[in-house]
Write a protein that binds this ligand. Structure first.
Ligand SMILES: Nc1nc2c(ncn2[C@@H]2O[C@H](COP(=O)(O)OP(=O)(O)OP(=O)(O)O)[C@@H](O)[C@H]2O)c(=O)[nH]1
Ligand SMILES: [Mg+2]
Length: 388
């Protein structure tokens, strides 16, 4: 299975069928009047949000969508057949833009929601309509109207509840591998993760949430430096951010400054990210001398003051602090879902996508990412990232 989150497709609605030129021909009626029927309507191109889909991968194989042409009008005043509409199914959460000017045509948030992106052409009029008092045998009919054609850009934002942010090597991928079935690549060097990973974290029997591990952020990420900014959009819709700062000793670096650097980048990228609820986890504390813990916590308390989010000490190696963190995250996600109530955002994030998100996350957990297919295809489909 592959996962693709951005693609470009061509759509064309059907042309209207032509009107017909025809005259009534019956025995003993030598000069029957015009009886050419109208052409049928061309098919619309319609998008439908489907809660069971969670990737745009199908658009990689099919990029051209053409609705059928309406049938031509016929004699005996018969109207041509209207063409069937072409329904394109896309995952809930897909944003559809006109590629020409970037205008958003639709943001599919509700399962079953439909939007017409290209209207089918009207059928042409048959010669029946052109009969006048002076012209009783019109040889004129209209051709059908042409359908509309346009290129669309589809974008799917991952629907995760918790977004993991932090500098490269902070231990984000290790954490998601401990809390969920996701098995991302983990290594002792920065920028190991190049594409997002999703995992379902089960807090208890009936409570779970989706966590997204995105590539590490660096200074300048908000302006486009590094890889991470490309994926920040995936965490824009998260309920909670979990900011991970690695603490593997008291020497050599300033963890508070690391935290502040990344926070500043998030603010620069989008104010919505800056104002999102967040938790701070100090990772790799197995490497810290027990007596140094209070020292580090003191640095954060003193320098961040009221801006200090709830802080956790965790170790993915020893498992310390993970249960508490997992339960707190579950509570935060639940509180956020409740606060959202019946709002449109809730519809997007919660009910309709449960099946879809679970499926993506499980699939992500099972398969490895393929980093190779990162760029534009020959045939014009741009893949920001693809999972095999
Ligand atoms: N001792 C110790 N090492 C850890 C812990 N968590 C992660 N590591 C190690 O830290 C290194 C980086 O871990 P990753 O999970 O790949 O870090 P990341 O934040 O995903 O890094 P990028 O993908 O580059 O952004 C790996 O060598 C891990 O084994 C921990 O709790 N304790
Ligand atoms: Mg990683």
């Amino acid at each position: 299975m592959k996962f693709l989150d951005e693609c470009k497709i061509y759509v064309r609605s059907g042309d209207g069928g032509s009107g017909c030129v025809s005259f009534r021909r019956e025995k003993y009626i030598p000069l029957g009047g015009p009886d050419g029927g109208d052409g049928g309507r061309g098919g619309d191109v319609i998008f439908e949000a489907d809660a069971h889909l969670n990737t745009l991968i199908d658009f990689r194989y099919t990029q051209h969508f053409r609705a059928k042409r309406g049938g031509n009008g016929m004699g005996k005043q018969r109207t041509g057949r209207s063409a069937d509409d072409l329904i394109i199914r896309a995952p809930v959460g897909t944003i559809i833009r006109d590629d020409a000017d970037g205008e958003i045509l639709a943001d599919l948030t509700e399962p079953g929601e439909r939007i017409v992106v290209a209207r089918g052409g009207q059928g042409g009029r048959g010669n029946l309509h052109f009969k006048t008092s002076t012209n009783r045998a019109p040889r004129r009919s209209d051709p059908g109207r042409e359908g509309e054609e346009l290129w669309l850009r589809l974008e799917l934002k991952l629907l995760a509840d918790v977004g993991l942010v932090g500098m490269p090597n902070a231990g984000k991928s290790t954490l998601i591998s401990k809390l969920s079935a996701a098995r991302p690549k983990i290594a002792d060097y920065p920028f190991t993760t190049t594409t997002p990973n999703l995992g379902v974290v089960r807090a208890d029997i009936d409570r779970s949430f989706v966590m997204a591990d995105v590539p590490g952020l660096i200074e300048g990420a908000g302006d486009g430096a590094g890889l991470g900014h490309r994926f920040l959009k995936h965490i824009e819709r998260c309920a909670v951010l979990l900011h991970l700062v690695e603490i593997d000793g008291l020497e050599d670096f300033d963890p508070v400054a690391r935290y502040q650097t990344i926070e500043a980048e998030l603010t620069k990228y989008a104010p919505t990210l800056a104002s999102k609820p967040r938790l701070l986890a100090l990772s790799k504390i197995d490497l810290l001398e027990p007596e140094d813990r209070e020292v580090v916590l003191g640095w954060f308390r003193d320098r961040l003051g009221d801006d200090l989010p709830p802080i956790f000490l965790i170790s993915s190696t020893s498992g310390e602090g993970l249960d508490h963190l997992r339960m707190t995250l579950a509570e935060r996600v639940e509180a956020w879902r409740n606060a959202m109530g019946e709002s449109a955002h809730d519809a997007l994030m919660d009910a309709p996508t449960k099946a879809g998100r679970g499926a993506v996350a499980e699939a992500v957990a099972e398969d490895a990412w393929d980093d190779d297919e990162d760029d534009a295809d020959e045939d014009g489909v741009e893949c920001i990232w693809v999972r095999e």
